[in-house]
Each structure stands twice: as C-alpha cells, then as structure tokens.
Design a protein around this ligand. Sequence first.
Ligand code: MRU
Length: 338
Amino acid sequence: MTEIRSVEWVGGEDGHVRILDQTLLPGEETYIDISFLKSACEAIRTLKVRGAPLLGVFGLYALALGVRQLGNSTGAQKAMQDSARSIKATRPTAVNLSAEIDSSTRTAKNVEDVSMLVAMTIARGSAVAKSDAAASDMIGQHGQELIADGGLYLTHCNTGSLATAGIGTALGIFKTAHRAGKRFRVLVPESRPLLQGSRLTAWELEREGIPYKLCCESALGAIYSTMNVHATITGADRIARNGDTANKTGTLIHAILCERYGVPFYIAAPFSTFDTGCPNGEGVPIEHRGAHEVRRVKGILVAPAEANAVNPAFDVTPAELISGFVTEKGILQPPFGD
Ligand code: MRU
C-alpha cells in the first residue's frame, strides 16, 4: 500500500508545497499547491494541514515561501523574521511549529542571501520530515508491547500519516501491530468539533484494514465503565518537562476515565514534541477557537445561529494520569531530564 504524503515540497527553490487538504476528507482526496505565505498560514489556521509533527515540517516550508516572497523587497533576515512571526501565530499549542521555526531562524541568522536562505529552509523542512518519519517507525516498534492479540484500544483525534511525516504516533503503533499480523480492535471517538477522529482516523484505519468502530465523546463514560478496554493511546501537541501533556480537547476525559476504571493511558510522541523549556502544564499556551466550529458540523448549523460557545482546542492531562510515553527511544516516564 502506498503511504499517504500529507505534505511535500515539489520542485526546487521556485517550487511549492503540496498538501492533502484534510478539511475535505474523507469525502474527497484533493491535493492543493501552496506558493505564498498567506495561503500557507490560512491552510494551518483552517486545519487543511494539522497535527503537531506535520506542522513542524509544513511550518518550515511556509517559512521558505515567506522568505522567497518578501526577501527581495525587505532583505532576507527581515523577511524571515516577519514570516516566522506570522506562521507561529497561526497555532500556538503545537510546539513543533514554533520550535522548528525558532531553531531554523537561529541557525540562519547570518544568512543574507535570499536564494540561499530559501534553499536552506526547504532542505531543513525535508530533513525534519525524514527524521519525523523515522521517529514514527521507532514509536511504532516500541509501542508493540502495549498491543495484545484480541485487545480493544481507544485513541483520540488523529495521530497518523495525516498528522506526521510518517506512519504516525499512536496510529503508527496500531499500523505496525496490524502489519505484523496482530488482531485487535480500535474505538475511535469522533473528536468534536472538527471530527478528526471520525473523518481522518477512521479513514486511515479503513485504508489499513484495521477493524474499528466510531463512538461519540459523550459515550466514553459508558464505554470505559462497561467494556474491557486494554489501553488508550493518544498523541501530544506539547509535553512539559514534568510530563503534563497538552493534546486535542477530550484527551483529559480519557485519562480521568482510565484512572477511574484501571485502564493504562499512554501518550505516543516523538522527542520533537517535548518542550524542555516548559516546566509543567500551566506553561502551555492553549489555543481557543471560534464558536462557529461548535455551532456547525461540516458547515451545517446545529445550534441557534448566534449561539456563543467555549471552544478550547486542547486540554492538559496531568503527568500522574499517564502510564508512560512511547517515544523513538522507548517507553519513558518523567522526570525526563535534559
Ligand atoms: O487540532 P489538531 O487536529 O492539529 O490536533 C492534533 C492532535 O491533537 C494530535 O493528537 C497531536 O497533534 C499529535 S499528532 C501525532
């Protein structure tokens, strides 16, 4: 089976980024080409491209587009700083986005030639994509001890090839197990408001032939209290030094229910999602999104047109509720050290 390529740089310095538009899945598999900074930022904001590790890769390609577009009028360094600021403002919680941009701007702080800076940034994006794909493979391997033949597993949001440059983190563990011939089932909460679970995770599981069932988040209490769940594995958008973990809103509901019903709760994430500068969950910036996402489902109004809503895109699970962190170096427990 061909692996999904959610983000790819096409061509040389004068090329563009090609993305699979995730807002159209699962109905339509449409790739779009992005050549300008503004449309790159819009693609991030509207979740055409999403998932913490994948945003790290796409952010660098967006930076290259910004430097190419603005560099000849403002100078390479100012173009890089201005573009970096716009890109980082699009989604504050996923640490990979700001961390890759900051590390790239630091490395290139003395480069004054526009074309060289563009080439360097594209090359860096491709290198990050390659190392993220390798990290996904290793997470998939290390996670195998969590998957038992015949087991029932829960996950949240989407952590597969639509969220990383490889097979994925939590979903990568399921894919690796399935490809090795293990038989197990996955329950997929829809992940309201934007339905990354039912639209994206279900689409990826179906492509792989992994048996799954959908559920609503409101059914999680009934599920954990009555079904024999083997383990829950989710991804992360930012992991603080003490292990507190920000991930898609609803993750904390799983963690609390797991503790109540004795189900192991794991986070699967590459080292690039660990934020060593953030001591604990209180330091994680949480993105709050518009009420329109709650009022509508795929554009259809499901509430009064003017209804207001609270819409935090992420929540923070305290480290003490997490059984372990599946990383490319094995399953770790905090404190993580340096
Ligand atoms: O808002 P999203 O869809 O970008 O949120 C994605 C998640 O919360 C994922 O679990 C996380 O980024 C990890 S992806 C490997």
